[in-house]
Design a protein around this ligand. Structure first.
Ligand SMILES: [Fe+2]
Length: 259
């Protein structure tokens, strides 16, 4: 009798054990499936993050292209300024490469040159096209364009260095420039490069009130400014850069109105 009870108990334990084992297996399987779902979800969210980053990059580039279109449209309204930024960009890129700057830095400088006068969108057209000298009040308005331009490009996260160049392209070594009156090496290198290219293109461009200087005349005028208002190292590289781009230019504002 005792043996039958013991056998029955043993069978009962065995059934319980089997049931517990099966239940554990089932939970293990569920856990495995949950783990798999979690892994898939993680992979998917990683992919979303990559896609999102790519889309954001594309969006930023699209905004940059729109701003380029805006800058070109602004220039195209005046035959004197048409193509100015494109020429300044080509020359600035060449100067940067001549300084042995990395190609990526040269490209940022060239891109900033393409947009350097974008802030003129905030300057009345009557003032942009004025043939005679500007009054003090008009100068005040004109001199705002580097800051306006830098503010317009500020949301472009990949273009932080470019925004700095846009802001400072009218600074001069002796502190006579604007908007911040920076001096010497305090002026960002890219801005010093764009300044030389900008002045050269301005000088060689025809204006409504004067013909453009020849490249030789413009070089002479710029060499007089070397080390005083314009970076001497950049100026020294200018003849070769002009030769390499062979694109004598159009306007911006000329040395007498270098804006
Ligand atoms: Fe300018």
């Amino acid at each position: 009798m005792a043996a039958e009870v013991a056998l029955s108990q043993a069978l009962s334990y065995a059934r319980d054990l089997k049931s517990a084992y099966e239940s554990a297996r089932a939970r293990e399987k569920e856990l495995g499936q949950a783990n798999e779902r979690l892994r898939n979800g993680y992979q998917q969210s990683l992919q979303y993050a990559v896609d999102l980053k790519r889309t954001y990059g594309r969006l930023q580039r699209a905004i940059f292209q729109s701003l380029l279109g805006l800058a070109n449209a602004l220039e195209a309204k005046d035959p004197c300024t048409s193509g100015h930024s494109t020429r300044v960009a080509g020359l600035a890129r060449q100067l940067a490469l001549g300084m042995d700057l990395p190609r990526s830095t040269a490209e940022i400088i060239a891109q900033a040159a393409l947009l350097h006068d974008l802030g003129k969108i905030g300057v009345p057209e009557s003032l942009l096209r004025k043939a005679g000298p500007l009054t003090a009040d008009e100068w005040e308005i004109m001199r705002r364009h580097p800051v306006t331009g830098a503010q317009i490009v500020a949301p472009l996260e990949f273009f932080d260095d470019g925004a700095i160049i846009v802001r400072h392209h009218h600074e001069r070594l002796d502190g006579s420039g604007y908007p911040d009156g920076l001096t010497g090496d305090g002026i960002p290198l890219g801005a010093r490069v764009v300044a030389v290219a900008d002045v050269y293109d301005a000088l060689t461009s025809g204006r409504s009130y004067r013909d453009g200087f020849t490249p030789e005349e413009a070089l002479q005028l710029i060499q007089r400014e070397s080390g005083r208002t314009l970076d001497a190292h950049v100026v020294a590289l200018l003849p070769d850069a002009i030769e390499a781009t062979s694109t004598p230019g159009a306007d911006d504002g000329a040395a007498d109105r270098s804006v």
